[in-house]
Design a protein around this ligand. Structure first.
Ligand code: SAH
Length: 344
């Protein structure tokens, strides 16, 4: 194990079998060594600085039916909402005052948000704050759509690949969705000059160690600027309601590995991690993550954007979330910075 970890930290690459063995045979010693090397690698590039992204959940309408997701089309218990362009802009204004310089517009795949409507929102935010970055996380769209939104000023795009294994992809999604199209979107975004983020859930139903190894190999070869990983957490109104959540331990282990695959990568410690453990986001940072994404959505819609059960931070105002995370980061010796937080 020591040799594998040493190889990873020096060459930033392992073969599939090696990734699999690194996960399957993990123990206290490998955990400690990986964590130490990951934290050291991040420190060299980012010091003790943590980047923040203001998350605005613009709509929970979704035309897709992913088996794991609480806002899937077939969940008739979900109370649907969509923010108006004015509301989205006002969230970003509030965020700007709170020191956010990146806004993430995330939502289900909602046809209301045409290129034209999104384009106007992006242009408006950018014209008010040219020092801000805009990240989109709105699922699969056409090349033309991605191109247009880029022209309007979008800088980055988060599109988790969900799993790098075709068979597993089919298990997690209805037949209308394919791994091929997910990949096509990721490569289109890359070609258009976006900063691209991929990612996956830890312990998603039927996930194997081999699949996780494939995820890591995919991250190594695709070379995303960002990577979002968090534990799978069941949602009561989905077909996967009876599956177990992922663990903090494995999620943090994988965060450390990803940091060593690309020491520069922008790696969030996610809300899902904070949901399964009250100290989860801190643990993510201490494993090598360098980004947190406080919620800027209006409080009255927070509970409705429920991808999984018991999501945290659904009751607090944006300013409270921002302050709470700042205190949490300070307590573990890190500092939130007012910065677009581009990759270094
Ligand atoms: N519609 C957009 C945004 C999806 S929500 C898209 O397709 O990219 C963002 C992420 O939440 C998803 O990519 C998925 O990995 C994660 N997610 C969905 N359901 C989840 C669950 N039950 N537990 C943990 N994470 C979940």
């Amino acid at each position: 194990m020591r040799n594998l970890i040493k190889k990873l930290s020096e060459t930033h690459s392992l073969d599939l079998d090696e990734y699999e063995s690194l996960i399957a045979n993990r123990n206290d010693e490998s955990r400690k060594l990986l964590t130490d090397l990951a934290v050291e690698a991040r420190k060299k590039i980012y010091g003790n600085k943590i980047f923040i992204r203001g998350l605005i959940e613009i709509s929970n309408f979704c035309k897709n039916d992913c088996f794991y997701c609480g806002i899937r089309r077939s969940n008739f218990n979900a109370q649907r909402y969509r923010l108006t362009p004015e509301q989205i802009i006002s969230c970003s204004e509030e965020g700007y005052k709170l020191g956010f310089r990146t806004f993430v517009l995330q939502g289900g795949e909602d046809d209301f948000f045409t290129d034209e409507i999104l384009g106007k929102i992006i242009r408006e935010i950018k014209s008010r704050h040219s020092d801000c970055a805009i990240t989109l996380s709105l699922g699969e769209r056409t090349f033309e759509s991605y191109r247009y939104l880029k022209v309007c000023g979008a800088d980055r795009y988060l599109l988790r690949h969900e799993t790098a294994d075709r068979v597993h992809y089919k298990i997690l999604h209805p037949t209308s969705l394919s791994f091929e199209n997910r990949l096509k979107c990721l490569y289109a975004l890359r070609r258009l000059g976006y900063y691209v983020g991929c990612g996956f859930m830890v312990n998603s139903p039927h996930q194997t160690t081999r699949y996780l190894a494939e995820d890591l190999k995919f991250i190594e070869t695709f070379k995303p600027e960002m990577c979002g990983i968090g534990p799978f957490i069941p949602h009561k109104d989905t077909p996967f309601k009876d599956f177990d959540s992922g663990t903090v331990e494995l999620t943090c282990y994988l965060l450390s590995i990803i940091r060593l695959i690309n020491p520069h990568i922008l790696l969030p410690s996610t809300t899902a991690l904070g949901t399964i453990d009250s100290f989860g986001r801190e643990r993510g940072i201490l494993a090598g993550a360098n980004v947190v994404m406080p919620n800027l959505s209006p409080v009255d819609v927070r509970k409705k954007y429920e991808l999984y059960d018991n999501k945290i931070c659904t009751g607090e105002e944006s300013a409270q979330c921002r302050q709470c995370l700042q205190n949490r980061m300070n307590k573990i010796g890190y500092e939130i910075v007012i910065d677009r937080g581009d990759i270094k």
